[in-house]
Write a new protein. Sequence first.
Length: 698
Amino acid sequence: MSENSIEKTARKNPFFEDYGTPHDTVPFNRITVEDFEEAFMEGIRRDNEQIEKTINNPEKPTFDNTIINAEEDKDGYYDLLGRVSTVFFNLMSAETNDEIDALAQKIQPILTQHANDVRLNKKLFERVKYVHLHHRRLTAEEKMLLDNCYDGFVRSGATLDDMGKERLRMLTEEASMLSLQFSQNLLKENKAFILHITDEKQLDGLPDTAREAALQAAKERDMEGWVFTLDMPSYSPFMTYSTQRDLREQMYMARNTVCTHDNTENNLDICKRLVNLRREIAQLLGYKTYADYVLKHRMASKVKNVYKLLDNLIVAYKPAALKEYAEIEKLARKTEGKDFKMEAWDQGFYAHKLQLKKYNIDAEMLRPYFELSKVIDGVFGLANRLYGITFKENKDIPVYHPDVKAYEVFDKDGSYLAVFYADFHPRKGKQGGAWMTEFQGQWIDRKGENVRPHVSVVMNLTKPTEEKPALLTLGEVETFLHEFGHSLHGMFANSRFESLSGTNVWWDFVELPSQFMENYAIEKDFLRTFAYHYETGEPIPDDLIRRIVKSRNFNVAMGCLRQVSFGLLDMAYYTKKDEFTDDIIPFEKKAWAKASIVKAKKNPTTCMTTQFSHIMAGGYAAGYYSYKWAEVLDADAFSVFKKHGIFNQATAQRFRDCILSKGGTEHPMTLYKRFRGQEPTIEALLKRNGIKRKTEKS
């Protein structure tokens, strides 16, 4: 036997043993694609073995031997399937390749079938049902776990007859595969497009940061000249600063027609089918629409409450939005001539000119003060000032890409709190956007040990160049704060059960901790802690901060209606009672028409739906309104900090104790009222946005 054969025989799958890493973090450097498949199959086998033990237990079903048994049986016998699934699907989003994509296509139907096997297991459900009807006195958290478990079975078809269960299997398996295909198509299409410029004159208007990044992007591809992509750090500056209208149009149309072309990455039919699959699933389970099904476990609770929020926002913000747009259009015509017709690819360009005119401020003026390493210090410093926690980079913790930094997080008493990964920059195998996730959740095991979480934030921020470090825009600082808010929700988790810890809360509550943190982005006392010029070391000038604050609500009404329009589109799809047969592109324009401030073209070719990951593949179907719902909450919550001091530690501790550490252990409104003392109102949001309106409950 050769040495290579001996090594292959002796090697053990890393998922099958203690990782042997700091805090038992994922040993990315030792995992192969083959390890995933082997671990998936073994994880399913172990799951099935555990289920057989549970349903064949001769003892009467109890909360402890049925519900807790499934939730807590992790001592010395890992939740292997959860362990490998978490790593695999996180890499699918952040660092995928052809091998991982191929395995996903193979393993996804197997995983969906297994999930159905569990939820549709009649004997297992009978035990859960018995416990739901006959149980010992439970704590609030135990009651929530039991209710979630029972309701999870019911909402997954446990009460259906055999024919209904078989139909549900078919529908869920198809939906699962189509969601995966949607995401893979979107990544391929986004990464396939480049705008290659070789004539330097076509860079007119672009700031040095954009030019340097484009030069580097070209070098990475062994190309001459400059390359621009659809990644936001490349796309956004181009659309804001480029004087080349034809190139702005090219970029805009590339981004806004993604996955609509006549090729294998077209998502139009996939979206239509997903809408119909979800409608049929909901109706099979006894709901009129998929939105009704989803909203049963949301703070909004009913479709009419979602529309009430969206309609209230339209009434409050549309007059201001029309004025904002008219002001941009007026400047464009003054610049280009009275017959100039402003198009979508012109809006950012002239909005920037108007912002400069009104406030003498733009993103490039701020970049020198937002060097990434300083921003990291500032964000970590904010967490320390509020909650007393500290971050220490640990290079012994393995990471999945050199861009990723890993930190140990320590609580204010010096005890270990969490592991925090930060993945900052765009690259080939990474989805666009920004998100927070976990590689390990938090729970308290049977021995009483508090197993601490490993959380990660993944973003697509401006990259460093050969000439300059990574210099961020204010918007990117806000993105960092947003995802960091999610991570605090995960890091402060302190629940007995993992399925209720951290961000495992209702979707229209989960954005509160993240959007809350964004409030700090324009606070002078926060900016003063880290915003120093990367070359001179000078602090950001008071006058610049004043202009930031003054310009905070620039085009805020247009921004609000944009989010509302996405919420309307989402609800239009998922409140369908009958089969969806419309052509997606015109349906989309009609769905959000009442939130639009520009008359739609008769034959548009742009499409949001085909790239709308949130509602097609990201868990926000019938839930995109959550961002605006949570914005009401975050403005209301931050008003408490504004009253008592934005760094007030007593208020921060109450926010941590009442909301951040509680996860989904109680109803979210109960948690919020415990912190706030009352239900939220829309007033704080209207005040923050400079919108005047009579007081209304949200």
